[in-house]
Design a protein around this ligand. Structure first.
Ligand code: UD1
Length: 352
């Protein structure tokens, strides 16, 4: 069986790496396509190196653009690759524009689609990723979910149970594999006690006043604890464009996977609007304050260490004070987040 994988943006790389490895161990014929949605060395190449992902067979080099432009460019460049390589199954990951673009192409070419990280729903249609998730799941033939809530969402949408496979969390497969390397990472001059921040959602960073308010709140937080903030390119652009007044924070470039994981393990608290980081902190048992009104990963709130603080800056500071007083959520690790999700995906593909 010939499996073609599509990756494109930072969060895809740690999801695809274990699946590529599990299928390689079974001798599968595989093709890797990088759409080029993320292209900076520190947003892409360094992840390939650290996660030991093979060199892509095709790099579509699409780069940035509006959603329509980026999605269309990926579709146009990807279609001839599918026609040329004739895969039996195309695996797409997560919820980025590369995911939905590849799914649309395959559905029209009648190529089977497997969606890794299926079934997640924030029920917030102002979020571009939610649209990507819904469309991809509607078109996919194999839906690999990370947790039971994903199965329930899909069943409610009328997806046949036969298509749904609850395999667990592939992102946690990568985390477990590289945790020893992260634990061995030097402190690199970062403070002993720190809060780790990441922000890149359009809802938080694309409005000048909102972004200024968030950074001012972080300024208040930094009176209590040092803040390390690896800045996503989108956020970096907005800070420059809006001429934002920056409080005293340690702003650094986006970090490689292992170094970032090392900081997560050492952080007293993580403040984020990322999806994946809500999951990683839950696995690590590190309290996470999520600056979003909702999450497509509710298990991180019900079982894990995640607390949604939304846009309420007072709530952020209050929750932070609780965490720093040692009263943060302790949490538990969700079922099947055990380092073997990719093997379960390979089992399903092997049984087709
Ligand atoms: C994308 C995903 C988001 C994911 C995030 C992780 C979609 C809709 N969004 O958002 O789900 O959480 O990646 O990073 O697919 N840029 C660079 N260098 C790069 C990549 C991007 O400078 O290597 C800049 C681009 O100029 C662009 C901006 O960052 O203006 C946004 O990039 P884009 O891929 O459009 O979306 P993200 O915000 O990264």
């Amino acid at each position: 069986m010939h499996i073609l994988h599509v990756v494109g943006a930072r969060p895809n790389f740690m999801k695809a790496a274990p699946v590529l490895r599990a299928l390689a161990a079974r001798g599968a014929h595989q093709t890797l396509v990088h759409t080029g949605q993320h292209y900076d060395r520190n947003m892409s190449d360094v992840f390939f190196t650290q996660l030991q992902i093979p060199e892509p067979d095709f790099n579509l080099g699409v780069g940035s653009g509006s959603h329509a432009r980026q999605t269309a460019d990926i579709m146009t460049a990807f279609e001839p690759v599918v026609l040329e390589t004739k895969p039996d199954v195309v695996l797409v990951y997560g919820d980025v524009n590369s995911t939905v673009a590849a799914a649309l192409v395959c559905s029209k070419l009648l190529v089977r689609i497997g969606h890794v990280e299926a079934g997640l729903r924030s029920f917030d249609l102002t979020m571009p990723e939610e649209i990507n998730r819904m469309v991809t799941d509607r078109l996919a033939n194999l839906l690999f979910t990370p947790s039971e809530d994903g199965d329930a969402n899909l069943r409610k949408e009328g997806v046949s149970s036969q298509k749904i496979h609850c395999v667990g969390n592939v992102m946690i497969d990568s985390l477990i594999r590289l945790l020893p390397a992260a634990r061995g990472c030097p402190a690199n001059g970062f403070p002993e006690r720190l809060a780790l921040v990441t922000l890149h959602r359009p809802s938080n960073v694309d409005d000048a006043e909102n972004l200024q308010n968030i950074l001012d709140s972080l300024g208040r937080v930094s009176e209590r604890i040092d803040i390390v903030f690896p800045v996503h390119p989108r956020t970096r652009q907005r800070i420059a464009e809006f001429r934002i007044r920056l409080p005293r924070l340690h702003l650094v470039d986006p970090m490689p996977y292992i170094e970032f994981l090392a900081l997560q393990t050492r952080a007293a608290v993580v403040i984020t609007d990322s999806g994946g980081i809500q999951e990683e902190t839950t696995y690590l048992g590190v309290p996470c304050l999520t600056m979003r009104e909702n999450t497509e990963r509710p298990v991180t709130v019900t079982l894990g260490t995640n607390t949604l603080v939304g846009e309420d800056r007072e709530l952020l500071v209050r929750e932070l004070n609780r965490v720093l007083a040692g009263k943060g959520k302790k949490g538990a690790i969700p079922p099947l987040w055990d380092g073997h999700a990719a093997e379960r995906i390979a089992d399903v593909l092997g049984s087709l």
